[in-house]
Write a protein that binds this ligand. Sequence first.
Ligand code: FES
Ligand code: FES
Length: 159
Amino acid sequence: MNRTLSFTLNGKPAKISVDDERMLLWVLRYDLGLTGTKLGCGAGLCGACTVLVDGKAVRSCSAPVSSLAGKKVLTIEGLAPDGRLHAVQKAFLSAHAFQCGFCTPGMILAGCALLSTRPRPTRAEIVRAMDDNLCRCGSHKRILDAVEAAAAEIAGGAK
Ligand code: FES
Ligand code: FES
C-alpha cells in the first residue's frame, strides 16, 4: 500500500510516497539515486547494503521502508557532509582497505556503527562486529586494521 513517509536522510528532512513494503535499498538506489549503497546478495547476507538507521547498522535490502518513519538514515553519501572525511573513511584510505570498493560503503558504515557504541574496541570485538560484512577481494584484514586505526584516531592516540 502506498503511503507518505517522513524521515531524515543524511541530515535533511525527506518525504516520499512509496509502497510501504518496498525495501529501503530500492528506495535509496532507484528512487533517490543514492547509489553508494550497494546491492550484493539482496538477502541480508553480505552487508554491501549497510546503512545507519538511528546510528545502528541496518541491511537496507531487508528493511521495509515503512520501518523508517521518523528515523534518521545515514548513507555513505552523508558521512562527510562538509567535505571532511570521517575518521573511518580516512583510515580506509590510509590502510588501502579496499580493492574494487564494492563492499567499502557498507564496511565503513558498519565500522562507524561499532565505534559509536564501542569507541575503543578490542581486535576481537572488531573482528566480531565486521564478520558478517563480506569482501570478495580479500581486503578483510586491512579493513579490520582500518577500523582499529580509526578507533585510535578518534581516541586521540597515535597508531
Ligand atoms: S545486499 Fe543486503 S546484505 Fe547483501
Ligand atoms: S574491496 Fe572488493 S568487495 Fe571488498
